[in-house]
Design a binder for this molecule. Structure first.
Ligand SMILES: [Zn+2]
Length: 283
């Protein structure tokens, strides 16, 4: 009972919760030209989030297959995979472990203007994004680079951790206060885990996460030999899609002036990386 606990005991309970629940409070990526170094609070283990995401991705592939909408255009698939693989070849700059991830790249025939990369490197590009924007290779490099950056920063895991804090934190605390067993806390973790894939799609990235993905994505694309200016034209094209039925991507990625201004400011800093990559490729 709470009223029987002294403040000292309460502090001990909090410390126990933090010790058992906190699997990481660190930055996921290495500092680089992009300058992203925010410390992140992670409650769920990375392996758990990657496991849940893999399951959700397999499910998505199965459903697309059933509708005969998976990788229907071989030339388009080859194009998207070539671009993605060039980006993936550079992820080690930001985190060496990501080079060993089980990356997968697929294309779904779907008129939505959208693309995503689930935790652990599961990429999906919807054909609406390629067709409606008439995206160049550089622009596809920019948008896929942005999505890969979300995965490198483990933004999905961060969002799930935050939701876990909000939904289950108090419940777990109550369980510890009344019973003092870690089993009950463990059970709350399980409940959170089952919500994982739903959370990935339901919870939009925060503005802060978006800015980080823009920055790292821009650098990643430049290192892969994609023109940083394409990130700007991509967002302009995306914004022009608005109208009465704005693209799916815009609901989570507002193409506002700030976003474009920040990309414009960072572009000259990553341009030497782009020039070097181009020079290397031309040899
Ligand atoms: Zn994003």
């Amino acid at each position: 009972m709470i009223k029987q606990l002294t403040l000292k005991k309460l502090a001990l309970v909090f410390a126990t919760i933090i010790a058992t629940q906190l699997s990481g409070c660190a930055t996921t990526t290495k500092d680089s030209v992009a300058g992203v170094k925010r410390t992140q609070l992670m409650l769920l283990p990375a392996s758990q989030v990657v496991g849940m995401s893999s399951q959700a991705y397999i499910q998505t592939l199965k459903e697309a297959e059933k509708k005969s909408a998976l990788n229907t255009d071989k030339a388009q698939l080859a194009r998207v995979r070539t671009i993605s693989n060039r980006l993936i070849a550079q992820v080690g700059v930001f985190r060496p472990d990501a080079a060993q991830w089980k990356w997968e790249v697929n294309v779904e025939k779907n008129e939505q203007v959208n693309a995503y990369c689930m935790p652990g490197g599961k990429i999906m590009v919807l054909t609406g994004l390629i067709d409606k924007l008439q995206a160049t290779d550089d622009e596809l490099g920019a948008v896929i680079g942005h999505e890969i950056a979300h995965a490198l920063r483990e933004h999905g895991r961060e969002r799930m951790s935050q939701a876990y804090m909000q939904q289950f934190g108090l419940q777990a605390l109550a369980a510890v206060l009344t019973k003092g067993t870690s089993a009950v806390v463990g059970n709350a973790s399980m409940q959170a885990a089952s919500l994982g894939s739903q959370l990935f799609f339901a919870l939009p990235n925060s503005r802060l996460q978006e800015r980080e993905a823009d920055k790292i994505g821009l650098e990643l694309a430049a290192r892969a030999g994609y023109n940083p200016d394409a990130a700007i034209t991509l967002w302009q094209k995306m914004g022009a899609q608005g109208g009465s039925k704005p693209p799916e991507f815009l609901s989570t990625h507002p193409a506002n002036e700030n976003r474009i201004a920040e990309l414009r400011a960072l572009a000259p800093k990553v341009r030497p990386l782009y020039e070097a990559a181009k020079a290397g490729a031309d040899k």
